[in-house]
Design a protein around this ligand. Structure first.
Ligand code: PMP
Ligand code: GLN
Length: 381
């Protein structure tokens, strides 16, 4: 063995891989890793197949196919009234994950500080650390995970380079509200702080709320990378396609990394997706589609001993379990998968510092029968 110095000494296999593996080993219903157990639209598959049959099987342009970038531009204009230039401000990526990594790699250097809101999706911190950046976590607490912006301000220093936002938030389902946006505008005004806004659940938002994309706000747009994922939009997480929006001066740096990281991504899928999403209802109705599942899952869970936390967006439902057991969330998740046949995610996995509020996350992007069967098992607790 050659001695190498690990770049990520405290990083182990992701909780999603760990829990999905345990689910498979125990034959459990997998409500841990976030992915649908139903298939995507056969019409989408037909469009992608058609593109392959028509010979679109070589490298796509580095930034993405023209058709897809135009579709993304018109989607953003319709939804948020903002015009991103497909030529210089939109890049198609290998999922949201690559867009996030690339934005961080393009802008974060040794010693730069990046503020994240925890519980935070787990790919942010390792990317920052790999680049020599310092993670400045701001801890949020159940039940509402509200952000106290006066306290956030205290994390600011001369080295603050970036703030990472995620709305709707994984795992909490929290959404940014107008006052959050206004506070953020005030805090970043007259600074050189960049924003990385992870909006992969932009369409999965409930109860008539509107997604507040940072791209809608000129003061934020000029300093922001916005990340989206077709995996969420199309019920096709395995396709690993997404995109990044940013003003041209930031996108220029993003593409310097992107072109040597992946160069370009899957051609026939880009062509198929562009054609499929030319019908806006295919993304604008996602919220209503998942709201039915959220409402069903919450109604079913209300018959158990779990306590439901709010869920305003995303396809995750968090619960607390103090009436059930006095266990750490890791032990509780283990008990559920081993003894009750239901896999979940312990939310402490989304914090840098040991923080266990005894919260579990369930993914409800599942068929009705899967949700019913899972809750039937949870009722036995
Ligand atoms: N951000 C968040 C908040 C996510 O939940 C996910 C994964 N589902 C991603 C980014 C990554 O998206 P993708 O699967 O397209 O890489
Ligand atoms: N985003 C998915 C989740 O939160 C998992 C993606 C992954 O496994 N990397 O569950």
């Amino acid at each position: 063995m050659i001695a190498i110095q690990t770049k990520l000494p405290r990083v182990d296999t992701t909780i999603f891989t760990v829990m999905s593996k345990l689910a498979a080993e125990h034959g459990a219903i997998n409500l841990s890793q976030g992915f649908p157990d139903f298939s995507c639209d056969p019409e989408l598959i037909a469009y992608v197949t058609e593109a392959m049959k028509n010979g679109h099987n070589q490298y796509a342009p580095m930034a993405g196919t023209e058709e897809l970038r135009s579709m993304i531009a018109s989607k953003n204009e319709t939804l948020y009234g903002v015009n991103y230039d497909p030529e210089s401000e939109i890049t198609v990526t290998a999922g949201g994950t690559q867009a996030i990594f690339t934005a961080i790699a393009a802008t974060i250097s040794v010693g730069d500080e990046v503020i994240i809101f925890e519980p935070a999706y787990d790919c942010y911190s390792p990317a920052i650390k790999l680049l020599g950046g310092l993670v400045k976590p701001f801890g949020l607490s159940p039940p509402d995970y509200e952000i106290d912006w006066n306290m956030v301000k205290k994390l600011f220093s001369a080295n603050t380079k970036m703030i990472i936002l995620n709305s709707p938030q994984n795992p909490t389902g929290r959404i940014m509200k107008e006052n959050d946006i206004q506070e953020l505008i005030k805090l970043t005004k007259d600074t050189d702080i960049l924003i990385l806004s992870d909006e992969v659940y932009e369409h999965i938002i409930y109860d008539g709320e509107k997604h507040l994309s940072v791209s809608k706000y000129a003061e934020l747009r000029e300093r922001s990378f916005v990340v989206a994922s077709f995996g969420k939009m199309l019920h096709a997480t395995g396709w690993k396609l997404g995109y990044c929006l940013a003003p041209a001066y930031l996108m220029k740096e993003f593409r310097k990394v992107h072109q040597f990281n992946v160069f370009s991504v899957n051609t026939p899928m880009q062509i198929g997706i562009a054609k499929y999403l030319s019908v806006p209802a295919r993304y604008t109705e996602l919220g209503a589609f998942f709201q039915q599942k959220r409402d069903l899952f919450r109604a079913l869970l209300s018959e158990t001993k779990f306590k439901l936390l709010p869920c305003n967006g995303s396809y995750f439902q968090c619960v607390t379990y103090e009436e059930v057991a006095d266990l750490s969330d890791n032990d509780m998740a283990l008990r559920l998968v081993e003894d009750y046949g239901v896999a979940s995610i312990p939310v402490s996995a989304f914090y840098n510092r040991n923080t266990d509020h005894h919260v579990l996350r369930f993914c409800f992007a599942k068929k009705q029968e899967t949700l019913e069967k899972a809750v039937e098992r949870l009722t036995k607790l």
